[in-house]
Design a protein. Structure first.
Length: 140
């Protein structure tokens, strides 16, 4: 997994550009943790007592010093990345790319609560993933 962070940065930038925004105007945080922490956060914020692979916490705050918009936080369970790798055989890097795109889209206002929202979000994800020759999909 060496060298993954510059690649993930490019994936995030591609997601922001796909939404017609300028990359240098936004910041966000990506945290990597485990199932225990994701289950705790999932229970607190979504009242679901099970782990998940990614959670996004939109902020939309403006930093008065830099003028940049802080989009929020993305939290990813590396336990889930490993499970998806073991189950589907996709590269962990590709799974991480998908989860970072998914989380970034949530920070940008996308959701998948309805069928229409899901179709729109998945199309956007697939379009961005194709730029990086990645073909993994979130299984829900």
């Amino acid at each position: 997994m060496r060298g993954i962070y510059p690649w993930l940065r490019r994936v995030i930038q591609a997601t922001i550009v796909a939404e017609g925004m300028k990359v240098n105007r936004f910041e966000l945080t990506v945290a990597f943790t485990n199932d225990i922490e994701l289950q705790r956060l999932n229970e607190i914020y979504r009242q679901i007592s099970s782990p998940t692979d990614v959670l996004a916490f939109p902020a939309n705050d403006l930093d008065p010093e830099t003028g940049r918009k802080y989009l929020g936080d993305i939290v990813i369970s590396m336990d889930q990345v490993k499970k998806q790798h073991d189950q589907f055989g996709d590269l962990e890097k590709d799974i991480l790319g998908l989860l970072v795109i998914h989380g970034t889209l949530h920070l940008l206002g996308y959701d998948h609560a309805t069928r229409e929202e899901k179709i729109k979000m998945w199309r956007c994800q697939d379009s961005i993933l194709s730029q990086f020759q990645v073909t993994v999909h979130i299984s829900e």
